[in-house]
Structures are given as structure tokens and as C-alpha cells.
Design a protein around this ligand. Structure first.
Ligand code: SF4
Ligand code: SF4
Length: 102
């Protein structure tokens, strides 16, 4: 087994690090990460006072009474290409990434 990697046109070997987890306790729901992800991996959600996760409709500003705070979620992890752009823009260091063994 070895870490999945690709050879770039320059000949350099690149080892992608795929998103593996997101700490919702430290996430402030700023949405910087979802704006830089080009692969539809992340989705903004709300946490209710009971701790339930509810979908946030970005076009409906009146639904913020349904939840206590916003958090990011990893909704389509399989789409991740391992670029780590989300991690680079996150002000709270919420993300963990890892290479994939093949
Ligand atoms: S590593 Fe890249 S593709 Fe994966 S979730 Fe982060 S920004 Fe999206
Ligand atoms: S950038 Fe970080 S703090 Fe902001 S929503 Fe994404 S995970 Fe949460």
C-alpha cells in the first residue's frame, strides 16, 4: 500500500490530502471554505438548540430562527480532490485532511 499520488505535467509528484473531518465545535459558520471549494463537497447547515443539523437555505434570510448557529458540513466527501483549499482559508483550523492509501 502507498499513498495515492499523481504525476503533474512538470514531472513533480503530488500527493492529494482529502478532507476527512471538520470540527463543528470550533466552526463559526463563516462559509469561507465553501466559497473556495470547486467540487461541491461542503454545505452550510444550522444547529438547533437540540443539537440537530438542519439545512440552511442561502436564499432565505428569514429561516435563521430555526437554528442557533451555522456550521459547515461535509455533505459529499466522495467529491473531494484533496486540494486543501478549504483548510487554507479556514480561520479556525477546523479541517483535518489525509492522503488515501491505495
Ligand atoms: S480539499 Fe479541496 S475539494 Fe476537498 S473539500 Fe477542501 S476545497 Fe473542496
Ligand atoms: S472556513 Fe472554517 S470556520 Fe468558516 S465555515 Fe468553513 S470550517 Fe467553519
Amino acid at each position: 500500500m502507498a499513498a495515492f499520488s499523481v504525476t503533474l505535467p512538470s514531472g513533480e509528484i503530488w500527493t492529494p490530502k482529502f478532507v476527512s473531518s471538520l470540527n463543528q465545535d470550533t466552526c463559526i459558520g463563516c462559509a469561507r471554505c465553501v466559497k473556495v471549494c470547486a467540487n461541491d463537497v461542503l454545505q452550510l447547515a444550522g444547529i438547533t438548540e437540540d443539537g440537530d443539523i438542519v439545512v440552511v437555505d442561502p436564499d432565505n434570510e428569514d429561516d435563521d430562527e430555526e437554528y442557533e448557529r451555522k456550521v459547515m458540513t461535509i455533505s459529499r466527501q466522495v467529491n473531494c480532490v484533496g486540494c486543501q483549499a478549504c483548510s487554507k482559508v479556514c480561520p479556525k483550523k477546523c479541517y483535518t485532511h489525509a492522503p488515501v492509501e491505495v
